[in-house]
Design a protein around this ligand. Structure first.
Ligand code: GAP
Length: 514
């Protein structure tokens, strides 16, 4: 009797260690400076990771700029792109609020010398009936088992569940002297929270003085606001319209973690959508829908994505007024069963343009010919997503353990996103088969990203393609020489069918259209 086929594992069961290992083994993502032992918070993209990231980037650009969505009135939206400098005049970051306010509250542990974001620590307060006089701080990502083990070690009785209360550290600051920090042995070792600015600083020119200080941009958005007037003056866009940008951003994150989820150098894909203040709600609703659709179209299943409105205490300085912010969240294996942010959709009101108008003394109001020459400061709806975080979501979603195949796992990428669309595999490495394979490869390579793989046994070659997520393998065998048909193996089902060699390009075109 065949053993029952194991159900695919859920996001909760999938181990990030396996995903990180596959990414390295197959050339998706490597630790930066790997041969020197790495550098915390920085990652390099290998041959396949670069292709995957470019596919997501190009598809976003296509959907936003080249072929923008149809708006609520049935007409295509006007969206143009920019590519601004990473280093800008430092006054930009004073105006935007980043120099003064872009910080996280930090606490240090005097005993372990570890540093934590204060808002990431939770405190367990045992019920007085337990007779325990300590409070226990945990990182918010500590698993139930880790918490249980530690509490038991300190003699907190466990009968089915712990009896007590949990609070955020910021609500227990008056009891710091009773709190046991994570990994610490003595109580009272956590310091008062201190604000820590996330901006990376550098100097322009040979003199390292305050006057020459500059910053690496922490978001691509400001480069858009800086060019708002130039774009209006140089192109024919009219309100409402959007400016899009994709590029690197840098944040000196205190605890970079979870692989590429939170890194110090990353890439963003941001749209600033400018509109009349009265129309902000209409456009926010539009972008909520449109952006969720985008993530579903690149292959994230509905069950693994959700929208979540920010609570009032989470709102950024620019979103405090107005309609608030909602996140599109993905159920990453390290957040499951909870979700982690993938994209934020914020109503930035007129905060940024007003600030830049004031600080630069340049008029940025819009004179609207369609509204009787009304003069107003446009409001902004901002769908801001992480390109590199999106890549991680695609990889986590695609990672499918399957004990029934030699690789033990395959990457179920949407064909549009897959780094390689197809592989051409002759069964024999010698004779006529490799010649036919090479001819097919030469016919496909200008249109599709395809692999030609001639050597090794076919099982190993399929295993490699499964692990890198190639959706179709075309195999050339003896029958090909007789009737010019090749076998197509579909990655997920492993089902095989024969198609005529002259129809392979059309077959692929059709499959990639979806
Ligand atoms: N302009 C608005 C803005 O930057 P954000 O929520 O700070 O908003 C937008 O960033 C997106 O950028 C996030 O949803 C996330 O996908 C990505 N992101 C932010 N910080 C990141 C980090 N340290 N590492 C990787 N991605 C990050």
């Amino acid at each position: 009797m065949q053993p029952a086929k194991q159900e695919p594992e859920t996001q909760t069961d999938i181990d990030m260690k396996d995903i990180v290992a596959l990414c390295k083994r197959r050339g998706f993502i490597f630790p930066a400076s790997d041969i020197y032992g790495g550098i915390n918070g920085f990652w390099d993209y290998g041959p396949l990771g670069t292709e995957l990231k470019n596919n997501l980037r190009d598809y976003w650009w296509h959907r936003m700029v080249t072929c923008p969505p149809i708006g609520p009135d049935g007409h295509p939206l006007q969206i143009v792109g920019v590519d601004s400098a990473i280093i800008q005049n430092p006054k930009v970051w004073e105006a935007s609020g980043h120099v003064g306010g872009f910080s996280d509250p930090m606490v240090d542990c005097r005993e372990t010398k570890k540093r934590y974001r204060a808002d990431h620590l939770i405190v367990f307060i045992p019920d007085p009936s337990l007779g325990v006089d300590k409070l226990f701080a945990f990182h918010e990502e500590a698993t139930n088992e880790e918490q249980e083990k530690r509490l038991k070690k300190f003699g907190v009785k466990f009968e089915g569940k712990f009896i007590g209360d949990t609070r955020r550290l910021e609500n227990c600051l008056d009891q710091l002297d009773k709190i046991l920090a994570p990994d610490a042995k003595e109580v009272g070792t956590l310091t008062e929270p201190k604000e820590f600015n996330l901006m990376f600083e550098t100097y322009c020119g040979p003199v390292q003085s305050e006057d020459n200080k500059a910053y690496l941009r922490p978001e691509t958005a400001q480069g858009i606001f800086l060019n708002y007037k130039n774009v209006l003056d140089s192109s024919r866009v009219k309100m409402p319209f959007g400016i899009a940008q994709i590029g690197k951003a840098f944040r000196n994150e205190v605890n970079p973690r979870n692989f590429i989820f939170r890194s110090r150098e990353f890439e963003q894909m941001e749209l600033e959508w400018f509109c009349h203040p009265e129309e902000a709600k209409k456009w926010r609703d539009f972008w909520f829908e449109e952006r969720q659709k985008f993530w579903r179209d690149v292959g994230l299943t509905s069950d693994n994505i959700q929208m979540r409105d920010h609570d009032s205490d989470e709102l950024s300085h620019y979103a405090k007024e107005g309609l608030g912010t909602a996140d599109i969240e993905y159920k990453f294996p390290f957040t499951a069963p909870d979700f982690g942010e993938l994209e934020g959709i914020a109503h930035r009101c007129d905060f940024d343009l007003t600030q830049h108008q004031e600080h630069s003394k340049t008029k940025l109001e819009y004179l609207d010919p369609e509204r009787n020459n009304e003069r107003y400061m446009p409001h902004v709806i901002e769908p801001a997503s992480g390109l590199t975080r999106g890549v991680l979501a695609l990889i986590c979603e695609a990672y499918t353990p399957d004990p029934d195949r030699p690789s033990g796992v395959y990457l179920n990428f949407h064909p549009k996103m897959a780094p390689k669309k197809a592989a051409i595999l002759p069964l024999m490495a010698k004779g006529e088969q490799p010649e036919v394979a090479e001819k097919l490869y030469m016919a496909l390579r200008e249109e599709f990203s395809v692999d030609l793989d001639i050597k090794q046994n076919i099982g190993k070659r399929y295993a490699r393609q499964d692990e890198i997520g190639t959706p179709y393998c075309f195999t050339i065998d003896d029958q090909t020489l007789e009737d010019q048909t090749v076998t197509v193996r579909e990655r997920n089902s492993m089902a095989q069918e024969r198609v005529h060699i002259d129809k392979v390009a059309e077959y692929l075109r059709e499959k990639l259209r979806g």
